[in-house]
Design a protein around this ligand. Structure first.
Ligand SMILES: Nc1ncnc2c1ncn2[C@@H]1O[C@H](COP(=O)(O)OP(=O)(O)OP(=O)(O)O)[C@@H](O)[C@H]1O
Length: 753
């Protein structure tokens, strides 16, 4: 869809900007590293906003009435005040208490008629003071005027029901090939109250599927991987953010999705939405989590069916926990509280005594989600009467195993779906007593999360820093998802309302920082048994070959006695195929052929990989030589400078040029050039492989395998001369391997360049 539907952009003018510790620096310098850190939750005080909003609301309502006459009076909007009598966000994500017939969700988007609202809100003398047309100038200091909320933002009278542009989210399947972290912004629609109270004034203007402008002072433009506009459907969001997560998990990558944002910005709506089923199908309002599992199980079924020959089997285990007041509770066994995080060489980071539930279909998952959601601690705050005060983490471990080339392969992936608590400042939520303690803890984990991210960004820039994962439960538990072995999506939820301008800015800044994190995701596949299996195969093949060598001149099929003696195993060569080599007849079982094939292919592959690694090493040496030459050149220049042969001015000019080139290079790195990232990832991967092979060579395994390989190759050739189909197959496979080798060489060449 195009942006043509965007009829008008808010004409928010800058009013005087307050200086504040949270002020965003400049749009030209979006990445900053403030000492010691930028406060994450640099947001205004919505409780103040409430009071001021009430006054402004009255003003707006008068204007509404004036503009629309009695036309709007028929609109039936429900009462928008919360149970504390605050006029707050009247959106509440339906939270399912129980499933099945008993399940009920709370009313979405409460509607209230402006007239009824006016009558309920204490308007003071403000009502009617600005009933005529005027430019609503919101300015002033910290003393409690609206500008405390919309600091630096002033609003003129904008269109009452401004249409926002719609940008369809575009799927990009290649994204995850080059990246490990994706940041997506989701803008929720204005609530009914926001629509009337602020003349639909927005603090955001979306310009494309990737860019938006924060309309404060200074007007700041942000670019992200995706920006989901107000009108984006849950389905579209899932296709762009959810489907790749499932695919990554199926490929054995750990994956994680965070929903971040101030309270009421739509985190729970995004992650869970309405999890009730409608006639066996997921509700169209249901969030990304249930959709992910619906898709995951469909994929699993398809994979299992298409790979029956490999005996592919999947298993999924889920757990659901919350971190509340820095304590971990099992949401599926709520009595199980204060659980501890442990670290283990084999299991990694895990929560001790957290229950895990086997799930076989989306219904099983929906049951767990409903159960957990009902147990999630919620408490009313001034901002959202159904606000989630805890961080929830839904985890699914997806394991698969299959047999191929006489080896058993294991693969696993951990999928974390995290709904964070609201990122607002303590004061903003109007919290007191227990709520204040909660807020402090929420802030602790969120500020640690921010600190961890900042440190990771530093690390990505080559600085040596300690990452304070252990400073909060949240970061300790999710350390793999932050800068570790995971492909991570961060969905930053924002409100477009002018009333949330600074919370929104704060979230955008957080998201922008998150973009710079570099994870190091790896396929979790157990290949440790490979060498042992290979060795066993070689032994087995040796036995067979010895047998064939001895018996090929005899046309009779080998007896079970022979086979037992030679293989010295329970293998019985029962399905023997007859092969003719000239006048000689030999007998081969399909099992033997497969084994030989596997050994041959494996050995060839290893040989080629080793060759590629050698080539890479050679190229690296070349590069080092080149660098050494550059250094020598520089030393010469310095000597000339010291002798006075070269003028300081000339030297500095040269140096300056060189440094500028370097700056450009670094700039490109900072901008996270995807090509560079992908190359560096590839580079890392190859380095690891190289290391593997170096170990391989040092143990003399290569020589041994090479000798065996050539012996086997000869034997197989002789043995299979009579079977042209199979020989052709081997040849094709060989050619494929040669092609792969070529590709690797090219890749190495590119990497070096
Ligand atoms: N994209 C959207 N489309 C329609 N309604 C939305 C959207 N995003 C949020 N809402 C509505 O806004 C309200 C607040 O959303 P939600 O409860 O998900 O916020 P939250 O960020 O999870 O808040 P908290 O941190 O307090 O739990 C809900 O009523 C929800 O239905």
């Amino acid at each position: 869809m195009s942006a043509s539907r965007f009829s008008a952009r808010n004409t928010l003018k800058n009013s005087q900007a307050e200086t504040n510790e949270n002020e965003f620096e400049t749009s030209q310098n979006p990445i900053h590293y403030p000492p010691p850190r930028t406060p994450l939750n640099s947001i205004a005080d919505p409780s103040q906003c409430r009071k001021e909003s009430a006054e402004l609301l009255a003003d707006s309502l008068y204007k509404l009435e004036a503009v629309r006459g009695g036309l709007q009076s028929e609109r039936k909007l429900e009462d928008s005040s919360d149970r504390y009598g605050n006029v707050g966000f009247n959106y509440v994500t339906p939270r399912v208490v129980s499933r099945g017939g008993k399940a009920h969700s709370e009313p979405n988007s409460a509607q209230s008629s402006p007239a009824r609202n006016v009558s309920r809100i204490s308007l003071g003398g403000a009502a009617g003071t600005c009933a005529g047309s005027r430019a609503m100038q919101l300015s002033g200091g910290r003393g409690g005027s609206f500008s405390k909320v919309s600091r630096g933002i002033s609003a003129t009278n904008s269109e009452l029901y401004m249409e926002v542009p719609h940008f369809e989210l575009k799927e990009d399947p290649s994204f995850w090939m080059d990246h490990n972290v994706q940041v997506l912004i989701r803008i929720r629609p204005l609530s009914n109250l926001e629509k009337v109270s602020q003349d639909c004034c927005r603090c955001l203007s979306q310009e494309s599927g990737q860019t938006l402008v924060w309309l404060g002072h200074p007007e700041t433009s942000f670019t992200f991987d995706h920006i989901a506009c107000e009108t984006i459907s849950q389905e579209n969001l899932f296709r762009v953010a959810g489907v790749p997560m499932v695919e990554n998990c199926m490929s054995g990558y750990n994956s994680c999705m965070f929903a971040y944002g101030q309270t009421g910005s739509g985190k729970t709506y995004t992650m869970m939405g309405d999890i009730n089923e409608m006639e066996g199908n997921l509700n169209e309002d249901c969030g990304i989590t249930p959709r992910i599992f619906e898709y995951l199980f469909a994929r699993i079924r398809a994979e299992e069916e298409s790979r029956t020959d490999e005996k592919l089997k999947y298993s999924c285990k889920c757990s659901f926990l919350e971190i509340y007041n820095e304590q971990i509770t099992d949401l599926l066994v709520p009595s199980s509280t204060n659980l501890q995080i442990r670290e283990d060489m084999k299991k990694g980071v895990y929560v001790e005594n957290l229950t895990q539930h086997n799930v076989r279909d989306v219904d099983d998952v929906l049951k767990l989600l409903s159960q957990g959601a009902a147990n999630r601690k919620m408490a009313a705050t001034h901002m959202n009467s159904e606000s989630s005060r805890s961080h929830s983490v839904f985890t699914c471990i997806i394991e698969s195993c299959w047999e191929k080339d006489s080896m058993t392969h294991f693969r696993f992936a951990r999928l974390n779906l995290v709904d964070l608590a609201g990122s607002e400042r303590q004061k903003s939520s109007g919290a007191e007593g227990d709520r204040l303690k909660e807020a402090a803890n929420i802030n602790k984990s969120l500020s640690t999360l921010g600190l961890v991210m900042m440190t990771l960004v530093d690390l990505a820039h080559g600085k040596h820093r300690h990452v304070p994962y252990r400073d909060s439960r949240l970061t300790f538990l999710l350390q793999d998802s932050l800068g570790g072995n995971s492909k991570t999506t961060i969905i930053a939820n924002v409100s477009p309302s002018i009333c949330s301008a600074h919370e929104t800015l704060s979230t955008l800044k957080f998201a922008q920082r998150a973009k710079l994190i570099q994870n190091n995701a790896k396929v979790n596949e157990d290949a440790s048994g490979d060498v042992t299996v290979l060795q066993r195969q070689i032994q087995h093949l040796k036995g067979q070959l010895a047998f064939f060598m001895k018996h090929k001149r005899f046309p009779k099929p080998m007896s079970s006695m022979h086979s037992n003696r030679l293989s010295n195993s329970s293998e019985v060569y029962d399905s023997l195929e007859e092969r003719t080599t000239g006048s000689q007849k030999i007998y081969l079982g399909s099992k033997e052929i497969n084994c030989m094939k596997a050994t041959l292919v494996g050995a060839l592959r290893r040989e080629k990989m080793a060759e590629a690694a050698f080539q890479k090493l050679k190229d690296e040496i070349e590069l080092m030589k080149h660098l050494a030459r550059q250094r020598e050149e520089k030393i010469k220049q310095l000597e000339l400078l010291a002798e006075g042969t070269l003028s300081a001015e000339k030297y500095l000019m040269k140096e300056n040029n060189a440094l500028q080139e370097e700056i450009l290079l670094f700039q490109a790195k900072i901008d996270k050039n995807p090509k560079l990232t992908s190359l560096s990832m590839e580079n890392d991967r190859l380095s690891e492989q190289l290391e593997l092979f170096q170990n391989f060579y040092e143990k003399g395994e290569r020589e041994r395998l090479q000798a065996e390989l050539s012996e086997l190759r000869d034997q197989v050739q002789v043995t299979l001369e009579g079977n042209p189909t199979f020989t052709r197959k081997i040849e094709n496979q060989y050619n494929d391997n040669i092609k792969q080798l070529e590709d690797c060489r090219n890749m190495n060449f590119k990497l070096i360049r």
